[in-house]
Design a protein around this ligand. Sequence first.
Ligand SMILES: Cc1ncc(COP(=O)(O)O)c(C=O)c1O
Length: 386
Amino acid sequence: MFYNFDEEINRKGTNCAKYDGLKRYFGYEDLNPLWVADMDFKTPSFINDEIIKSAQNSAYGYSIDSDELYDAIISWQERRHNWQIKKDDIYMINGVVPAYSACIEAFSNEGDEVIVQTPVYPPLFKCVNANNRKVITNELKEDNGYYTMDLEDLESKITKKTKILCLCSPHNPVGRVWDKEELEKLAEICIKNNIMIISDEIHSDITFKKFIPLSSISEKIAQITITLNSAGKTFNIAGLNCAYAISKNKNILDSFKKIAQKREIQSINFFGYIATKAAYEKGDDFVDELKKYIYENILFTQDYLKNNCPNINFMLPEATYLIWLNFKQTSLSHGNIKEVLLEKSKVALNDGVSFGSNGKYYFRLNCALSKHSLRVALGDISKYFK
Ligand SMILES: Cc1ncc(COP(=O)(O)O)c(C=O)c1O
């Protein structure tokens, strides 16, 4: 082990949303924060060193992308996911969510319908509403904690106004890494009905089974897909606001660029370029070790709950450090569960209902923290849900 994920870092008082936003978002200051999707691990030194080096120059003017940055993205996607892309397929933007919102504007008109598969990361439906489009929910099917796509329901909901399907791959919060067969079937339905797919693949690097980029499956699928990604989650650099869109369909990418430029989301943070390039050039070992540590934390959580609080359970995620905790067996109301978590256990988890109405009785726990702190938090949770 080269990276020390056991090291505790103090993030309080650093303008850190996860810690310093507790009062604002949860109403209490004294909570253990296990919510928003960033990690309590240090960003690795091969990124930090580059940031410090450029800061020492003491000039933070406008920045510009470089060929080396594109080479780093292309090489990463090829090395890690066996996906071949070219520089012309990529467009840099300042965040996956701003890009997602731009996609909604670029590929649909007001009043059109966009399908989202709930429970899902909330901005993926909020952006649809904010752009005056209609959210159509295609709820995931849950069988004993394992989520799959309900393709029959999807087909039944398609109308002439359906223009976009939003895919979260891997899926936040349920932790699925979609199989090739599932993706093919989904894409087939979209191709048949002239629906394009926005594939949010921001969680694709932290996976515990083989991840397949949607667009890599076939040329036909690539032609209806725009993929959004970033090094933000993988390397804990989300605050640097650097992301990218990929499409092999030139018309799709051109339409996206037009709206991205209209919305001025194409200008990237000075440190964002530097960090993303370093991450993708030097990050392989870090990600491999990180995944191991996170998976140990996931297994520890499973074991701990089984032994101390079997009323709370979850399906082992196939990706991400986000654990979709099911509280149904506590027999408490959703409101009561929330109250106990906040007022007794003193932990801040993401409320399942914010991911869609089928998130009732669920709360999302972020386990990207030291084993020691995780043990403390699980102790505080289990004490009140026995
Ligand atoms: C599925 C998904 N997409 C996008 C984002 C945020 O992306 P960005 O910070 O680049 O806007 C998150 C953050 O949690 C996420 O989980």
